[in-house]
Design a protein around this ligand. Structure first.
Ligand code: AMP
Ligand code: MG
Length: 342
């Protein structure tokens, strides 16, 4: 398959691009699209064949459900058994934006989309291109991250091209993603509601609307593949470069000493401004103390690790509040939970 690259230029030409991409989606094809979190691999969420094609293109395990993207709250009632009252309160505060909500699904949502579950994950993105494509295609769009399963999520069109050229009909290039990590996922199917994946909408923010919401312990714990998990995505190794990733927690001086004590071939991931003085190649991922900037650059940095053919990378990590939890969660998974505390 020839993959078309459709570039948004913020000129009159965008009209033709949006029309073409929406036409492909309405016809059941796969199109990688920009969102504010990461690029999504979109297809008609109500078409079992289109949803199955997403799993095939990504090499994604068929029990890992897809997030369904809508552009208007009025699109939700047909997709769910009933709309919980809390949905409206959450939507008012955090939508459009990087929050995904799990509810009981209606029969309209095929099991191909829900990964065989009786629940469905729904999000209303804020990215104008994503919103316009949902609206124009006339259907909700299932859109997991537009990467090959297991590899770091894509935060620009080049990442999608690297992974999916020849596997999808088109890639819409809308520039770099603002947030850089995937949406916060929470379920309203538990009492109290539970956060299953941390993201830019943080636990503290959610507590303003749902004071009793809790974090699923699986977010920061290693769960073996056969254990029952609340969110299938939790059990897979994720976001990882081919290199072995090891997290190293501690003050900068201790980190430098640790690195000096290591022999052999390896690389370093650290914060910008810290990279000089190391005897090994260094890639930066954002600013220390600025978790939002770390989130934005994390996946690009993890992809560079493979581009530079590092076999082992030590990642400097520091405590992070808010979205820092999302950064830590992604890094833990990239590292297969391998963390050294100095
Ligand atoms: P991705 O679209 O690649 O960002 O992954 C979607 C994430 O949402 C995965 O971790 C899924 O396991 C999770 N998810 C989607 N739908 C459900 C659901 N119905 N129940 C639990 N987790 C879900
Ligand atoms: Mg993903």
């Amino acid at each position: 398959m020839q993959t078309k690259l459709l570039k948004i230029t913020h000129t009159q030409q965008d009209e033709a691009i949006l029309k073409e991409a929406a036409g492909l989606l309405a016809a059941g094809h796969l199109v990688a699209i920009p969102t504010e979190t990461v690029y999504g691999l979109a297809a008609n969420a109500l078409d079992p064949k289109a949803a199955s094609a997403i799993y095939a293109a990504k090499g994604r395990p068929s029990d890992n459900p897809l997030i369904v993207h809508v552009s208007d709250i009025r699109e939700i009632p047909p997709l769910v058994k009933q709309v919980p009252e809390t949905l409206y309160r959450l939507a008012e505060r955090f939508w459009p934006g990087p929050m995904t909500i799990i509810m009981e699904k209606s029969d309209l949502v095929p099991y191909e989309t829900s990964g065989g579950l009786d629940t469905v994950a729904i999000r209303m993105p804020s990215h104008p291109v994503a919103r316009e494509l949902i609206r124009r295609s006339g259907v909700p769009l299932a859109a997991p991250s537009a990467n090959l399963s297991g590899s770091p999520s894509p935060t620009c069109a080049q990442h999608c091209m690297d992974d999916l050229t020849g596997r999808v009909e088109a890639i819409v290039d809308g520039g770099s993603c603002e947030v850089g990590v995937e949406s916060t996922v929470l379920t309203l199917c538990t009492t109290p509601p539970t956060v299953l994946r941390p993201g830019a909408v943080t636990l503290e923010m959610l507590r303003e609307v749902l004071p009793d919401i809790r974090l699923d312990p699986g977010i920061f714990l290693h769960l073996s593949d056969d254990r029952k998990v609340s969110s299938p995505g939790m059990k897979y190794k994720h976001y990882s470069p081919k290199a072995r990733v090891v997290l190293v927690r501690g003050p900068l001086e201790a980190f430098r000493q640790f690195i000096d004590g290591q022999s052999g071939d390896f690389g370093i991931l650290c914060f910008s401004g810290e990279e000089s003085g190391f005897s090994r190649p260094c890639i930066v991922y954002g600013v220390k103390g600025d978790a939002a900037s770390q989130a934005k650059h994390l996946f690009d940095a993890l992809r560079k690790v493979d581009k530079e053919q590092m076999k082992l990378v030590y990642v400097r990590i520091a405590d992070g509040e808010g979205i820092g939890q999302a950064v830590y969660n992604r890094l833990l998974r990239a590292a297969g939970f391998d963390e050294i505390r100095l």
